[in-house]
Design a protein. Structure first.
Length: 154
């Protein structure tokens, strides 16, 4: 056998691989790729944050919608009870809306004065999305959530 030649059994025992480089040299190319992780992160991170904040914004809008539904329902229920006042109806709607920290909204109760002869009570709420969002609104700029419910008095 020539000095530069080796058989398969020698290759298994030797720390050198067929190319003649040692195993330690075989993994040294990883250090030349150290910047690739940063570049990949720089390319993916904006999309990751976009999806995160978009999901957060859509969840907040869904929460506002459901709270508006609940507010008009609870307020109208309060208004159809005999002896209820428009102020109690308004206070109930404001209580429900404040549970998620809504600060800017328009609340309307019809009729303005509830009497024993009142046939129905209508509660309407309009909530602008942008000032009530946790993150700066990108998808719902200028949008408004509006809910109305009418219940017949008992």
């Amino acid at each position: 056998m020539q000095p530069n030649e080796f058989n398969i059994s020698d290759q298994r025992r030797s720390p050198r691989i067929a190319s003649g480089r040692s195993k330690a040299c075989r993994f040294s190319h990883r250090s030349s790729r150290s910047g690739s992780v940063a570049v990949e992160f720089a390319l993916v991170a904006p999309f990751l944050f976009l999806f995160f904040f978009a999901g957060f914004e859509f969840c907040r809008v869904a929460m506002i919608r459901h709270t508006a539904d609940n507010a008009v329902y609870e307020a109208a229920r309060r208004g159809i009870i005999p002896g209820a006042t428009s102020g109690e109806v308004r206070a109930e709607a404001e209580r429900v809306l404040s549970t998620i920290g809504l600060s800017q909204y328009t609340l309307d109760v019809q009729p303005r004065t509830i009497t024993d002869d009142t046939e129905s009570v209508t509660v309407q709420v309009q909530i602008p999305v942008e000032p009530n969002s946790y993150v700066p609104a990108r998808f719902f700029v200028g949008q408004e959530i509006s809910r109305e419910l009418t219940m017949r008095c008992e």
